[in-house]
Design a protein around this ligand. Structure first.
Ligand SMILES: Nc1ncnc2c1ncn2[C@@H]1O[C@H](COP(=O)(O)OP(=O)(O)OP(=O)(O)O)[C@@H](O)[C@H]1O
Ligand code: SF4
Ligand SMILES: [Mg+2]
Length: 347
């Protein structure tokens, strides 16, 4: 089952495999092996909406983002932007339309350049124009993220962490893109600053009609900001659908585990980085046969280690890849509370 194909950005069966370094012996007959970081992902980001991509560390979230933004080329599959094949768009057109905000502003901002210079860079490179018009756009972008003209002539270390992330966001919106990829945009920040940045992102989305691909370890952030949630496990999409539906009635055993494993009392602490889920995340080089979750899944039966389950619709727009998805109906009650905290995992 494919996800809706009418979005601003659509991926179809997108794969990104990284080849492992070859043996030093050039005549080696050992078969070439790959890290299957993204392995057949289809998502659709509607105009002006947010799709959150969640999953444990190493499941392929950043690789998906980098492939979508053409920072690395896909192994196979399609990425469509506004109905057009991204490969045909050319890099300049892609960067005009799609910008990325990374987790850590300290490593994404040049420490020696002024804020004005940094924010002006994509305007000069992608849009061009006179010095005055670039400067005007820089000031507009800084104002949109709540920074002043005076701050424009500082260097990054003369700003706070939250202000530096505002600069990274200003640089991203400067060329007037239509889609922002936000890779853990708040996880390097203090809790109070996180909330300010999330509010800013909501405001920018409303003001500029932006679409977001939001990568997050934090279930509460996904809940707060997204319209659609995409749950990844070992390079695959295992559950996908309207955020409210997936959060209230998750149906894939892995999603249920993620929802259960975090403290319910304080949803802002539902951070997947802090969650300890029984069993190992599978190797991206040698993933288990059949359903990749089967070594950890309590519901697993014989077919699970033989046949990879397809994504199938369980309610409008809500897709689940599990052979036994009817068994998970009602695994969480309507408040997201678990009935049995480890009911989906092997002991
Ligand atoms: N350039 C690369 N070369 C080889 N393997 C890579 C490369 N980039 C990522 N990988 C591998 O691909 C898999 C997915 O990595 P990715 O960074 O996409 O995960 P992630 O979900 O973003 O994790 P995290 O939550 O820790 O950021 C991992 O096994 C990682 O080691
Ligand atoms: S029941 Fe089978 S198919 Fe479903 S998640 Fe568990 S192992 Fe995968
Ligand atoms: Mg990542």
């Amino acid at each position: 089952m494919e996800t809706d194909s009418g979005g601003l950005l659509v991926t179809r069966n997108l794969k990104k495999y990284f080849p492992l370094r070859r043996s030093l012996n050039p005549f080696s007959r050992v078969e070439r092996r790959f890290v299957k970081a993204v392995d057949g992902v289809s998502i659709s980001i509607p105009r002006g909406k947010t799709v959150a991509v969640v999953g444990e560390s190493g499941c392929g979230k950043t690789t998906l983002a980098r492939t979508v933004a053409q920072l690395v080329s896909p192994t196979s599959g399609e990425v469509l932007f506004d109905g057009r094949d991204m490969l045909e768009l050319g890099r300049k057109e892609v960067y005009k339309n799609i910008q990325i905000v990374f987790q850590d502003p300290d490593s994404s901002l040049d420490p020696r350049r002024t804020i004005a210079d940094t924010v002006g860079e994509p305007i000069r490179g992608l849009l061009g124009g006179s010095r005055e018009s670039v400067e005007e756009k820089v000031m507009q972008s800084l104002a949109a993220v709540g920074l002043s003209e005076e701050q424009a002539y500082r260097i990054p270390k003369q700003l706070s962490g939250g202000q530096r992330q505002r600069v990274a966001i200003a640089r991203a919106i400067a060329p007037s893109p239509r889609l922002l990829i936000l890779d853990e945009p708040t996880s390097a920040l203090d809790a109070s600053v996180q909330a300010q940045i999330l509010r800013l992102l909501i405001e920018l989305q409303k003001n500029f009609g932006l679409s977001y691909m939001l990568i997050t370890h934090n279930i509460a952030v996904a809940h707060y900001l997204s319209d659609i949630v995409a749950v990844m496990y070992a390079g695959h999409l295992v559950e996908y659908g309207p955020t409210k539906t997936v959060m209230a009635t998750p149906r894939h055993p892995y999603t249920i585990t993620l929802m259960q494993a975090a403290p319910i009392a304080n949803p802002w602490k539902r951070n997947l980085l802090n969650i300890e889920i029984k069993g190992e995340v599978p190797s991206a080089i040698n993933p288990p046969n059949g359903c990749r979750f089967n070594p950890r899944c309590l519901y697993a039966e014989g077919i699970c280690s033989q046949v990879d389950p397809p994504l199938e619709e369980v309610s409008p727009g809500h897709l689940v890849a599990c052979h036994f998805k009817e068994k998970t109906v009602g695994a969480l009650d309507g408040n997201g509370k678990s009935q049995d905290i480890i009911s989906t995992l092997k002991s």
